[in-house]
Write a protein that binds this ligand. Structure first.
Ligand code: GSH
Length: 214
């Protein structure tokens, strides 16, 4: 979204494998100890604003720039349906599918099937939707597509073959070819590529998290 809107930005990596997401400074920005989060130094009223949760970030940037988030109510509600559909469905389910397929200490067939099937179903929902529309919310590319594309890119890891979903595949290829998306996909963050969720030290930070009361 930052690339699409040609907004100036600086990437500040948070190494979640080392527990940097629990740092006081980061928690003040993102109290759920998750990336992504942004700080806009020129927020509302000219004062800085911090935003966490990718859907909220996309809506914020869409409102700020007037891009990829239509103002007209009928168009906006369609964008929001698919944005929330990702936040509540595709993102969490694909995340679990990848976890149980790649990171569980021992394979649990039931969990692998449950989450892989659900991603398969969700891909099917997109595939049907995209049979008659160029993009998820309709004719125009929007923050809903931006929210979903990263997960479709991980199809294989989530146990899916895009060839099974021709409309979704066409949508993915169209979006992937956008120069801003190419630039964004090309960003390599050294810390992120070094994360190995099989490393016991990393596992101790990332998995089995329970409530922290301060
Ligand atoms: N619903 C959140 C999900 C964010 C999320 O799960 N981020 C993961 C990395 S992809 C994270 O920061 N994990 C850190 C941790 O588990 O401590 C969003 O869309 O922003």
């Amino acid at each position: 979204m930052l690339e699409e809107c040609a907004l100036p930005y600086v990437v500040r990596p948070v190494d979640i494998s080392k527990g940097e997401q629990f740092g006081k400074q980061f928690l003040a920005i993102s109290p759920n100890n998750r990336i992504p989060a942004i700080v806009d130094p020129e927020g509302p009223g000219g004062r800085p604003v911090a935003v966490f949760e990718s859907g909220a970030i996309l809506q914020y940037l869409g409102r700020k720039t007037g891009k990829f988030y239509p103002r007209e109510e009928r168009a906006r509600v369609a964008v929001e349906e698919w944005l929330f559909w990702q936040m509540a469905g595709l993102g969490p389910m694909a995340g679990q599918a990848i976890h149980f397929r790649r990171y569980a200490p021992a394979p649990i067939d039931y969990a692998i099937a449950r989450y892989s099937d659900e991603v398969n179903r969700l891909f099917g929902v997109m595939n049907v939707r995209l049979a008659t529309r160029a993009f998820l919310a309709g004719r125009s590319y929007s923050i809903a597509d931006i929210a979903c594309v990263g997960w479709v890119r991980m199809a294989e890891r989530a146990g899916q073959d895009l060839a099974e979903f021709p409309n979704l595949e066409r949508w993915f290829e169209t979006i992937r070819a956008r120069p801003a998306v190419e630039r964004a996909f090309a960003i390599r963050i050294a810390a992120a590529s070094a994360v190995d969720p099989r490393d016991p030290k990393v596992r101790a930070v990332l998995f089995g998290q329970r409530a922290r009361n301060s």
